[in-house]
Design a protein around this ligand. Structure first.
Ligand SMILES: CC(C)(COP(=O)(O)OP(=O)(O)OC[C@H]1O[C@@H](n2cnc3c(N)ncnc32)[C@H](O)[C@@H]1OP(=O)(O)O)[C@@H](O)C(=O)NCCC(=O)NCCS
Length: 219
């Protein structure tokens, strides 16, 4: 994931759970009804996030969730979290390094039947064949899904409102690992300019799809 984010963003990732990692005071409440898998991903990714805080020169703190499930970062910090089978990652930056960011990881496998039609706009459905011609062997349906999840994670902290799968068009450049996002809902102003587009990166590595979206900082 580190290669998918610009300098100034600290990424800490883990392919397994960290023995001995424990929730911080306050985090335990989120785990009261959690199954073992959820407990492990929650604790490990927060361990990663605290390592990232340390790299930014900041003390370890509990990382709680807001009413829309968004992670609550210490003042002056922003970031994003992802976890899936066999992978957990946290990407953090000081405010000012970027305006917002989102990361997502998914297993590199096709989406269940019917899901692509529900998450892809018509123009994305017609582009899929071209993406597959340019980069065969990539599960483009799930790469699109992951890119859109990254879009949402970058969008929400700025907009503080819902963005549906139909509210953005993602256009991949299959050869260079990038994508452009056109938003069909006007977002909040960033540096005095309404947010209408985002840029992202994607990669397939070791059986995982990794995506990131960054909204650059002012200036
Ligand atoms: C929120 C969502 C994107 C999470 O993605 P996911 O693949 O289910 O799960 P991941 O493991 O990758 O990410 C989970 C993390 O997302 C973060 N997250 C959840 N809600 C969030 C929000 N509103 N804003 C920012 N981050 C959020 C949390 O940190 C969570 O981890 P935690 O519960 O341990 O803190 C997804 O569940 C969702 O609601 N998607 C629908 C919205 C969407 O994708 N729209 C498309 C817009 S084009």
């Amino acid at each position: 994931m580190r290669a998918l984010l610009p300098p100034g963003v600290v990424v800490v990732e883990s392919h397994g759970d960290v023995p001995g990692a424990r929730p911080f005071p306050g985090e335990e409440e989120a785990l009261v009804r959690a199954v073992e898998q959820r407990r492990r991903e929650y604790v490990t990714v927060r361990h990663c996030a605290r390592q990232a805080l340390a790299e930014l020169g900041l003390p370890p703190v509990a990382i709680l969730s807001g009413e829309h499930r968004e992670p609550l970062w210490p003042t002056g910090v922003l970031g994003s979290i992802t976890h899936c089978d066999g992978y957990r990652a946290a990407a953090l930056a000081r405010e000012g390094a970027v305006a917002s960011l989102g990361i997502d990881a998914e297993p590199h496998a096709p989406l269940p039947e019917g899901v692509f039609g529900a998450i892809a706009r018509p123009e994305e459905q017609s582009e899929r064949e071209r993406w597959a011609d340019e980069r065969p062997g990539v599960c483009w349906d799930r790469v699109l899904f992951s890119a859109k999840e990254s879009v949402y994670k970058a969008w929400f902290p700025l907009a503080r409102r819902w963005l549906g799968f139909e509210d953005a068009t993602v256009r991949f450049a299959p050869e260079d690992g990038t994508f452009a996002v056109e938003l069909h809902r006007t977002g909040p102003e960033v540096d005095g300019v309404p947010l209408t587009a985002m840029r992202g990166r994607w990669a397939v590595r070791n059986g995982l799809i990794l995506t990131s979206v960054v909204v650059p900082a002012a200036g």
